[in-house]
Design a protein around this ligand. Structure first.
Ligand code: NAP
Length: 266
């Protein structure tokens, strides 16, 4: 069990949405934070709320081979990492035929390979210390992949599978892994994703949408109590228990992805 006070929490993608909400949640619990993303100004604005307790790292994690280059600096600034939150992600909602392969592979690089790079970089130290938590922000897309997100679904299913398996592997090491499956949660990513589909009554009714601050609280509580996984909003947990029904609903009711306007490049 990891209490939040005086721990070093690393949050990737802390400049927006769920990561930003989680940063504020941990600051309110007294933690020290390393905040990682590309938009330094956004990170510094969060860091400014708790002077002396944040280390800001501007990094493009899609360059996954170098995704852990900043770790030594973060450890020098705030001490060993107690909690790693692999949260940074991108999503492209687009017809597969309209998706440039480079945009697809970037999702795999950032959403899957960068978290695996960071986890494997930090794991030996956590095991040696006999404590630590890795939090992987996967997605319901890893359980119930939605048509229109070919690469995103693959990237999140890959991260979720790795995350779930690592937890068992680490039993009795003192290191814990928590896998998080957000359904729709109100953030810039969710707004853009929703806008890419033709709006239908069914899509409005079938997609209850959560609040990033509520999810952030659940994640910090989950780390403190060593939960295996979080599904939020909770109603989406039904998909884990009724996968065939979920598949049928998704295939039947997912609205069409809007076509790109004529002339727009892939
Ligand atoms: N919101 C949802 O409905 C939902 C549902 C399921 C799963 N998720 C997952 O939750 C996580 C957070 O998403 P969100 O909804 O909070 O989205 P968001 O508001 O768009 O935030 C995404 C974060 O990822 C960072 N990021 C993007 N590209 C990056 C790069 N190349 N290098 C480093 N950081 C990068 C962004 O920072 P910069 O742009 O500053 O780099 C930003 O801080 C993602 O992994 C997403 O897949 C979200």
């Amino acid at each position: 069990m990891i209490e939040s006070q005086a721990v070093h929490v690393v949050i990737t993608g802390a400049s927006s949405g769920i990561g930003e909400a989680l940063a504020r949640e941990y600051l309110s619990r007294g933690a020290s934070l390393t905040l990682v993303a590309r938009r330094r100004a956004n990170l510094e604005s969060v860091a400014g709320e708790a002077p002396g307790r944040c280390h800001v790292v501007e990094a493009d994690l899609a360059d996954w081979r170098r995704a852990a280059d900043w770790v030594d600096g973060a450890v020098a600034a705030l001490g060993p990492v107690d909690v790693l939150v692999n949260n940074a992600g991108i999503q492209v909602v687009r017809r597969t035929v309209d998706t440039a392969f480079e945009d697809g592979e970037r999702q795999i690089f950032l959403n899957t390979l960068a978290p695996l790079r960071l986890t494997t970089r930090l794991l030996p130290d956590m095991i040696a210390r006999g404590r630590g938590t890795v939090v992987d922000i996967a997605s319901m897309a890893g359980i119930a992949p939605t048509p229109g997100m070919l690469f995103y679904n693959a990237s999140k299913a890959g991260l979720a599978a790795a995350s779930e398996s690592l937890r068992g592997e680490l039993r009795r090491t003192g290191v814990h892994v928590m896998t998080v499956y957000p359904g729709p949660v109100r953030t810039p990513m969710e707004t853009a994703g929703r806008a890419a589909y033709v709006e239908t009554a069914a899509s409005r009714w079938l997609t209850p949408t959560g609040d990033p601050r509520v999810l952030a609280r659940k994640i910090a509580d989950g780390v403190a109590s060593s939960r295996a996984r979080i599904v939020y909003p909770g109603v989406y947990g039904l998909s884990r228990h009724f996968p065939n029904l979920t598949r049928w609903v998704l295939d039947r009711f997912t609205p069409a992805v809007k076509a790109l306007p004529a002339g727009e490049a892939r």
